[in-house]
Write a protein that binds this ligand. Structure first.
Ligand code: B12
Ligand code: SF4
Ligand code: SF4
Length: 351
């Protein structure tokens, strides 16, 4: 098929499947990502969290090596789908980031996952060689979506469309040179706005466009083994037990753009076991069976991290009604949980 027609038919198919936007961009147009990341790393102060920043960014070094790893790849298909349409259970709001409540990346029951598989089948059916990775992506998605003109990168580092930052990004590498880009009419961030930076409780948003991954709460509470005892961000973690979204909810360009219209499969039912006190009572088999597949950053081998995060959140906003649950945690099977519960007891009932 003629490349222009093929590109248009891919975009039309994506829109028909429910994507908001879809573009194709030749790989050489993505160059420059590595040098931007390096220059950011140089601006990060030499403190105790910098090694973690480096480690996270090193994990994604492969994003710079696309042509070496995929010598056959010529361009990328980038697709964007809004997810700010789901009902979020009251007990999860402000505790579990909404992105993770409706995380479709590994959820075959979700509309979004099914659309992703269908779009990939369409690419293959059109004779294209294709590579993708649905968990963390094969390439820097925000960078690519910006370059393709599908929306605007803002100072909080998020990629926005008319649906705000509540949009999920995906990409496929393909073996044909296709180009179909857009330009955005979204207004840039006001020069004097720093609301997102001020809202970040750990100061991870050090400057505009510079998020320190190593001090972002999402990395700490969901992807790390954190013992919150005397941790420098124990208080800053506030009520969050999995993820954080304060740099998004503080942004005026997101105002009113999350509309609770649809049920996300299985979310309401799971939330019945996710009150803070209830999580402390859960047995580890339940956590592994129900929570781990859904909130998959927190893997089965450290299922007890859920309880540490809950204990920390309880400590940050103590309510005497938590006392029986704290006692329960003091008898937990896992020593780390028992020790943390003792520590929380001393924080909330100092002698
Ligand atoms: C590693 C990673 C993380 C790490 C590190 C995050 C970070 N900021 O570096 C951790 C675990 C902390 C994380 C957390 C979250 N993540 Co994350 N994460 C990723 C991942 C896998 C790679 C990102 C990366 O390379 N980071 C390194 C930095 C340096 O690059 P970057 O963020 O892509 O930034 C580029 C753009 O900002 C661009 N840019 C845009 N505008 C401008 C303007 C100027 C002037 C300049 C210079 C550059 C620039 O330049 C940057 C460098 O290339 C992507 C998926 C992917 N494959 O891209 C998801 C992704 C970025 N994450 C996402 C989400 C939703 C989250 C969370 C909100 C989840 C949550 N609610 O808790 C949090 C928020 C944390 C945060 N403030 O960023 C979404 C963002 C969607 C969006 N609308 O922007 C992505 C794209 C996943 C997806 N498939 O949709 N994440
Ligand atoms: S997700 Fe939370 S901790 Fe991470 S950069 Fe945003 S506000 Fe800061
Ligand atoms: S809060 Fe202000 S500076 Fe931050 S992303 Fe939104 S508009 Fe831009």
């Amino acid at each position: 098929m003629n490349p222009t027609l093929l590109a248009e038919s891919i975009r039309d198919q994506a829109l028909a499947l429910g994507y908001d936007k879809c573009a194709m961009i030749p790989l050489p147009r993505l160059e420059g990502y590595g040098s931007v990341v390096d220059s950011r790393l140089r601006r990060i102060p030499e403190d105790s969290f910098k090694d973690l920043d480096k480690a996270v960014l090193a994990n994604f070094f492969a994003f710079r090596l696309l042509s070496e790893t995929y010598p056959w790849a010529k361009s990328a298909v980038i697709a964007v789908m809004g997810y700010g349409v789901y009902k979020i259970p009251q007990n999860l709001k402000g505790k579990v980031a909404k992105y993770f409540c409706v995380d479709s990346r590994r959820d075959p029951n979700s509309f979004e996952f099914q659309a992703s598989v269908a779009l990939e089948s369409f690419l293959v059916a059109n004779g294209l060689r294709v590579a993708t990775e649905r968990k963390f992506g094969l390439l820097p998605l925000r960078w690519a979506a910006n370059k393709a003109g599908l929306g605007r990168g803002r100072k909080n580092n998020f990629f926005y469309t008319h649906k705000g930052s509540w949009v999920h990004l995906e990409a496929w590498l393909i073996d044909q040179d296709l180009e179909l880009t857009e330009t955005t009419d979204l207004a840039p961030c006001p020069i004097n706005c720093h609301l997102c930076q001020k809202a970040c409780p750990t100061g991870a948003l050090t400057e505009a466009y510079l998020t320190r991954p190593g001090s972002c709460l999402t990395l700490l509470n969901a992807l790390s083994l954190v013992n919150w005892i005397e941790h420098p961000y124990s208080r800053a973690a506030g009520d969050w037990i999995y993820g954080c979204e304060l740099c998004q909810t503080s942004c005026p360009f997101n105002e009113g753009l999350w509309r609770e219209e649809r049920e996300y499969p299985g979310l309401e039912e799971l939330s019945l076991n996710m009150d803070l006190g209830r999580i402390l009572e859960l047995d580890y088999e339940f956590i592994k069976e129900k929570l781990v597949p859904k909130f998959w950053y927190l893997t089965a081998d450290r299922a007890w991290q859920w309880k540490l995060n809950v204990l920390n959140a309880m400590k940050n906003h103590w309510d005497s009604g938590y006392t029986p649950y704290l006692r329960h945690a003091m008898r937990d099977d896992v020593p780390e949980v028992r020790v943390m519960a003792q520590w929380v007891l001393r924080q909330v009932y100092p002698v």
